[in-house]
Design a protein. Structure first.
Length: 255
């Protein structure tokens, strides 16, 4: 009799959980291709697209506020669908120097690059830290932030956001509200979302686990397009790579 009773309790609790899940109202805000990176403020027009005055941090904070206000009573989900962090354009070094190619692409340096981005957009990520206490953040990598597939980089992101959060949740519960995906997010019957770079042979790798190479420093193995950004695009400071009319030109127009 006791075993049967336990079974009924277990079934009842399972059914309650199912009802709760089905009755929950989910809302999703999707962000893609923001390309957050470090600023470069020069007196000339060199890389003026990276100047601090062009950063959209205030607009992003307002967007999240508006989203949560527009959907009261809903479960809030913020989905970063690739290229929201631009590791390739972080050219600074820990000693303060800056060059055209930046640090070597290792796991350690990728964590440093991410911290640099987070600190340079502190207002936005402070808002995200508050959001993560009530909602869920989903991160899908793109070709400019493939490093978000690396465990150490993910830990760096979670830890940074928790440290600047109001600390209304334990670290364990807070970390559960930041979820990472390899290349897509799929909720059956609801939506499928991906960045789409893996359809371009110049922007993807055969297998994501090949991202981390061998050797003492664990240098990353990147797609061809990423090496083009490091060794070519970063040295073309008079052209905005995110504005097709000023960047996708004929060969003679670059001269």
């Amino acid at each position: 009799m006791q075993q049967i009773w336990k079974g009924k309790v277990k079934f009842t609790m399972s059914w309650i959980r199912r009802l709760r899940f089905r009755s929950a109202k989910e809302s999703y805000l999707f962000l893609s291709d923001i390309h957050l990176t470090e600023p470069e403020d020069h007196s000339s027009v060199w890389k003026n697209f990276k100047e601090s005055r062009h950063h959209a941090d205030e607009d992003l904070v307002k967007l999240i506020d508006d989203y949560m206000r527009e959907y009261p009573g809903y479960n809030h989900n913020l989905v970063f669908n690739g290229d929201n962090f631009d590791f390739r354009m972080v050219l600074s070094r820990p000693d303060g120097r800056q060059d055209m190619e930046g640090l070597e692409t290792t796991i350690k340096n990728s964590c440093w690059r991410l911290q640099r981005i987070l600190k340079d957009h502190l207002a936005f990520f402070a808002k995200l830290s508050k959001f993560a206490e009530k909602g869920v953040i989903h991160i899908i990598p793109g070709n400019h932030d493939l490093e978000m597939n690396i465990a150490a980089v993910r830990r760096t992101f979670r830890k940074f956001l928790y440290e600047i959060s109001p600390k209304n949740l334990s670290a364990r519960k807070f970390y559960k509200n930041i979820r990472f995906y390899q290349n897509h997010m799929y909720i059956p019957g609801f939506f499928y979302v991906e960045h789409g770079h893996h359809y371009d042979p110049f922007c993807t790798l055969p297998e994501y686990r090949t991202l981390v190479g061998k050797g003492k420093n664990k240098k990353l193995v990147l797609p061809f397009g990423d090496y083009a950004s490091i060794h070519l695009t970063n040295k073309m400071g008079h052209f905005n790579p995110f504005h097709s009319e000023s960047y996708l030109l004929r060969t003679t127009e670059y001269v």
